[in-house]
Design a protein around this ligand. Structure first.
Ligand SMILES: Nc1ncnc2c1ncn2[C@@H]1O[C@H](COP(=O)(O)OP(=O)(O)O)[C@@H](O)[C@H]1O
Ligand SMILES: O=P(O)(O)OC[C@H]1O[C@](O)(COP(=O)(O)O)[C@@H](O)[C@@H]1O
Ligand SMILES: [Mg+2]
Length: 328
């Protein structure tokens, strides 16, 4: 398997952090050791490449992190890497540190940056999808998504207790910059009356009809889950519009925010991250590059990075049907 031209792999975490990034890092470092090559950690995403902020890593440097949320390498959104000058500095530092290839653990933005870097300097890389949003084509699941879903579901369960006690309507905003995966799945799991996601055309009228229908059948409190990328507007605006039409509703709004990105990764995310981290190293050693390691029908697959960035996973119509039937 070993390709002799790769002797050292650099690994970084970039973009929004996601639970399981540490497990992916651990897998990359240990796979490198397994295949007798060196690994070096780059701190704060592309910022660390530009600032030459790196640390040699071995199997014991990544002990006790499989269960930790966040990323011990830290992450960043680097403006400088968007510039040609910034990427030149990054390349100079790669040469100085004798890094032959990169594993990029991050989201679509991080992969876009890696792709441009590859076009300019021909640095081999493989992406590992780490984002709670699950908005990356080429994998059924991104690292962190399952943990975020569990966090959201637990939070909405708590809101349900108070919503029921007061006969209130709760509007809950969940993350998902442009994607409704978190909203749809957590909404089904938490028994939401309605779920608003950017992939679907929604209207306040339909939302009100749904609330009215449930009221007619004796429902006293409801939960509405709204993805932050919802096209109808923000959660406060939507709540205001509903209140205008139903002044009698006792409405509360909760924005779950960054709590959704934290916490110890779920078993699912730890296993996924471990598999993808190893796959990325093995891929590089097989001379693969410009690909993302993902999982489809429980098998490792590699997808061209441009497809991973540009294509979109479709929302499953069956899930929407499930949500609708259960909201009767
Ligand atoms: N078009 C681009 N050119 C160069 N670098 C980019 C580009 N888009 C994103 N990046 C780099 O990737 C980083 C992470 O992207 P971002 O969209 O913030 O998060 P994510 O990877 O989670 O989607 C950015 O801060 C930037 O440094
Ligand atoms: O932490 P920030 O910079 O406020 O970004 C918030 C965004 O990051 C996310 O949590 C994750 O998205 P990315 O992984 O693509 O960064 C989105 O759901 C959210 O819109
Ligand atoms: Mg992104």
């Amino acid at each position: 398997m070993t390709n002799n031209s790769i002797k050292k792999i650099g690994v970084l975490t970039s973009g929004g952090d996601a639970p399981g990034m540490n497990a992916a890092l651990r897998a990359v470092v240990r796979a490198c050791k397994y295949y007798n090559i060196s690994s070096i950690g780059i701190r704060q995403g592309y910022e660390g490449l530009i600032q030459n902020d790196m640390i040699d890593l071995g199997p014991r440097s990544v002990k006790n992190i499989i269960n930790q949320g966040g990323t011990i390498l830290k992450t960043a959104r680097s403006e400088e890497f968007r510039t040609k000058e910034g990427r030149q500095k990054a390349y100079d530092n790669l040469l100085q540190n004798e890094i032959d290839a990169l594993v990029i653990i991050g989201g679509d933005g991080s992969f876009t940056g890696a792709n441009i870097f590859h076009q300019e300097f021909n640095v081999p890389f493989i992406g590992v999808p780490g984002t709670i949003d699950n908005d990356i084509f080429g994998t059924d699941f991104t690292i962190g998504y399952d943990t975020a879903l569990n966090t959201v579901t637990e939070a909405i369960d708590k809101l349900r207790d108070t919503a029921t006690s007061h006969d209130r309507v709760f509007f809950v905003e969940v993350m998902g910059r442009d994607a409704g995966f978190i909203a749809l799945n957590s909404g089904i799991a938490s028994g939401a009356q309605d779920i608003l996601i950017p992939e679907q055309k929604d209207s306040v009228e339909e939302l009100c009809e749904s609330l009215e229908r449930s009221e007619e059948t004796g429902k006293k409190s409801s939960i509405v889950v709204i993805a932050e990328g919802e096209q109808l507007g923000g959660v406060y605006e939507i709540a205001k519009e509903v209140k205008k039409r139903h002044p009698e509703y006792d409405i509360r709004v909760t924005v779950l925010g960054h709590i959704q990105r934290g916490g110890s990764p779920s078993c699912h995310d730890r296993v996924l991250a471990s598999r993808l981290g190893i796959a990325a190293v093995e891929g590089l050693l097989e001379n693969k590059t410009n690909l993302m390691a993902g999982i489809r029908s429980n098998k490792i697959v590699f997808t061209p990075i441009e497809e991973a960035i540009k294509k979109h996973n479709e929302i499953d119509a069956e899930l929407i049907k499930v949500a609708n039937i259960l909201a009767i």
